[in-house]
Structures are given as C-alpha cells and as structure tokens.
Design a protein around this ligand. Structure first.
Ligand SMILES: Cc1cc2nc3c(=O)[nH]c(=O)nc-3n(C[C@H](O)[C@H](O)[C@H](O)COP(=O)(O)OP(=O)(O)OC[C@H]3O[C@@H](n4cnc5c(N)ncnc54)[C@H](O)[C@@H]3O)c2cc1C
Length: 403
C-alpha cells in the first residue's frame, strides 16, 4: 500500500516511475491486515507504563501481546527505545505529529478508490468496540473522552442493548460498547492494493519483478539489478514495509526498525450470522471483520524477530473468545497468515530523504496504520520529491530524528 501509493502520487506529479517488488503488488502486510482506514487512529499504540501491564504482557498472560523470549536479547534495545516514547508527554507529541496524516487519510484514499473502481469494497460503517466487563468499558470511555477533547476523535458510547441493535448476531453478556463512526473499512485490503497498482500501470507506470536488496548507489543515482539488466533512476524510494531495514542496512543506513507481528485466520459464519461492521473485542485486542474470504480474525502484537517461525498462540487464545462473541464456523484457511507491522520507536512513519545520500528517500515504518496512511504518505513524499509545498510540515517524520 505504501509503495504503490507513493508511485501513484509521484506519477500524478509528472514523474516517470518504476515500481519494483519481488512479489505481486499488495501480497504481503497490505493484504493481511484488518482493512480499517483508521481516521480515529491519532493516539499511538504506546508501550504500557504500568508494571502490571508490562509483566502480564512479558509473561504472555494477555492475548493482546506475545513475546518470543529467545528474541529478547535482540529486542531489548528496540523495546527500551519504544518504552521511552510511552510517557504522556511523548504520546501527546506523537499524536500531534500523527494528526495531519491521519486526518487526511480518507480524503487521499477516496479518489484512488474511485479511480481504481474498488468503491464496492468500501464500508462507511465505522467500527464497534465491544466490552463484556463494565470497568474495562469505563476505562476505555475515559480514554475516548480524552481523545475527543485533545484531538477531536469522535466516539459514541453504547449500552449492551444498543450494541445488539447495531450487531444483532453478537452473543453472550455485553456490558456495552463504543462506536467509532469516523473510520472506514474494506472487505479485501489486498484487492484494494492490487487495484491501486493496476491503476498505476493503466496510467503508464511500469511494474517490475526484481529483488530490491540489489540496490546500489551509482555515480548519478541508484540502481537495482536483475537478469535482464539494471534499472537506473536518479531517485529511489525505499517503501519495503517490514523489509525496509534489510535493504537500508546493506547500503549503510541504520535505523531502529522493529516489527510487531500479527496473524489472521478466516472463518465461515454459522447460519445467517453477519457482521455489519468490524468489531473489536476491547478486552482481548482482536478484530473480527467480514471479508471476501470469510470473517477475518486478526490478532494483536507479537514481539519477535521478523523472520522467526510462526507461533500463532495468540490466535489460539482469542479464537474461543471470538467464538463466544460471534457464531464462527469452520476455519477457512489451511494455516494462519502471518504478517509484520513495520515499526519505529515513536510510532510515527518515516517519510523523507536520507541526509547526505542524494536521491535516497524512505517511506516506511507505518506500524499499525500502513493501510490507512499509505496514500497520504505517498502524497507527502511526492510533494517533497518534486519541490512542491508539502501539505503539512514533514519534520516529525524525518529520517534523522533518532540521531
Ligand atoms: C494483523 C495486522 C492487522 C493490521 N490491521 C491494519 C488496519 O486495519 N489498518 C491499517 O491501516 N493498518 C493495519 N495493519 C498495518 C498495515 O498492514 C501495515 O502498516 C502496512 O500494510 C504496511 O504497508 P507497506 O506497504 O509498508 O508494507 P507491505 O505491504 O509489507 O509491502 C512491502 C512490499 O515490499 C516487498 N519487498 C520486500 N522485500 C523486497 C525485496 N528485497 N525486493 C523487492 N520487494 C520486496 C514485499 O513483497 C511487499 O510487497 C495491520 C497489520 C497487521 C500485521
């Protein structure tokens, strides 16, 4: 989503663009996510500050997080850095920096959806957070009230009965919920990404299958190698999501990238049960959303090395809870899908030029919000690369902000 969107935005500003991927477009993280365009997602997913929450996460006692203990020696510097960004002051400054991007996310997606003819995949229903437990609901309501006051995020408190009126097939005792009316969602995020890539090609763009880890600097720009001969350009945008780090390190750019892995599985719905909008189980941190392939259940964050073998324990923990909340039938997929959210410690994306490396640009690190922020980030990087007035101050997303 991020690379395709940057390609479209540069093309729209008159640049000749070649999009390079080793796989078909939108086959990786941008395919497997929950499909939310999180217009409400201004506050970052911060590192917990209370000892209780840190311990329960570290000991894998909550379904929201899973830690690979053997990855801890490698993870410690990243988690420490992430923890330092979890103070109220730093969360507030991250939110302030994220706001201009998040606020514009829908406005940038919509014209692309129309041009790419995928509006039928779009739902304007918002999403619903559901709570079994009154006190957990109260904590969340207080946080949402804060987000409304500080950042203008809209939310609507719902009683248990009102939740059932919105989603009549939810089961079991429900204390209440919160409707987030602003976000949009799609029923097939991979199809949206592929349609954007098709649009880029219909508009004259070139898509080439090649390995970006062959990227190297030349006398007058950048080159990616392939059997048919090198592809050369004056400027290159590294938008490789969770793999950005691998390619950047090879050319001497070291950044504190880490990943939060996540899983999904599709289920058939039993009988005539339907979900009209994505539902988030606020106490267990998973999302259920009706997708083309079935009801997609996506999990919270797994702290592990990006390429470690899949350990879908969170899916195992939340599946019974999801079955108790909605009549899920058989699993549709043979194995759970595994993806990795590309993260930086401050939970802001990196959008800008690498200092003192002429023509080297980065558009990556979109953490939990890459599907949401792809098009708006594409707009910003294209404005910067073509010398246009950026629609917002790009300083908070600069490449050298970690020193
Ligand atoms: C479980 C889960 C749920 C999520 N839910 C949401 C959500 O609801 N809303 C939201 O906004 N975000 C969500 N996210 C986050 C979002 O999916 C990511 O931030 C986003 O997809 C990142 O997009 P990207 O284009 O940067 O990376 P990707 O989509 O991973 O694209 C990177 C591309 O780089 C290519 N590549 C990698 N290495 C090479 C190489 N060496 N050579 C050539 N090509 C290469 C890959 O093939 C891939 O196509 C979720 C993530 C997860 C894991």
């Amino acid at each position: 989503m991020v690379g395709v969107s940057a390609a479209l935005a540069l093309q729209a500003r008159g640049r000749k663009v070649v999009l390079i991927d080793r796989r078909p477009a939108a086959d990786e993280t941008s395919h497997g996510n929950a499909g939310l365009i999180q217009r409400e997602g201004i506050a970052p997913y911060a590192f917990p500050r209370s000892l209780g929450k840190i311990l329960s996460s570290a000991l894998n006692m909550t379904p929201q997080a899973n830690l690979h203990w053997r990855a801890v020696p490698w993870l410690v510097p990243f988690l420490y850095h992430y923890w330092r960004y979890g103070t109220p002051e730093r969360i507030a400054s991250t939110a302030t920096a994220a706001k201009p991007l998040v606020e514009r996310s829908i406005a940038e997606h919509e014209p692309l959806m129309e041009a790419a003819s995928v509006q039928h995949l779009l739902r304007r229903t918002g999403y619903l957070k559901v709570y079994r437990n009154e006190s957990a609901l109260d904590v969340e309501l207080a946080e949402d009230e804060f987000a409304r006051r500080e950042w203008g995020v809209t939310s609507e408190a719902k009683s248990g009965d009102e939740v059932r009126m919105l989603e009549e097939h939810l089961t079991g005792p429900i204390a209440g919920g919160i409707l987030m009316p602003q976000p949009l969602s799609v029923s097939d995020p991979g199809a949206v990404g592929k349609a954007y890539a098709d649009l880029f090609m219909q508009r004259g763009g070139t898509f080439i299958t090649a390995d970006a880890s062959t990227l190297r600097e030349t006398a007058d720009g950048w080159q990616v190698l392939r059997v048919e001969g090198p592809i050369s350009a004056r400027d290159v945008v590294v938008a490789l999501g969770p793999w950005s780090d691998t390619v950047l390190r090879r050319i001497g750019v070291k950044l504190p990238f880490f990943v939060k892995r996540g899983y999904h599985m599709h289920y058939r719905a039993l009988g005539n049960a339907v979900l009209s909008r994505p539902v988030i189980d606020g106490e267990n941190g998973y999302v259920m959303s009706a997708m083309t392939a079935g009801i997609r259940l996506t999990t919270g964050a797994e702290f592990a090395r990006r390429d470690a073998a899949a350990t879908p324990v969170q899916l195992g923990k939340v599946e019974p809870k999801a079955r108790a909340l909605f009549p899920l039938g058989d699993r549709v997929d043979q194995t759970p899908w595994l993806g990795a959210r590309p993260c930086l410690p401050d939970m802001l994306p990196m959008i800008g030029q690498v200092p003192s490396r002429r023509g080297l640009w980065i558009d990556s690190g979109h953490h939990h919000l890459g599907f949401t922020l792809g098009p708006v980030s594409g707009r910003l990087i294209a404005e910067m690369m073509t010398g246009a007035e950026p629609f917002t101050d790009p300083t908070p997303y600069r490449v050298d902000r970690f020193g």
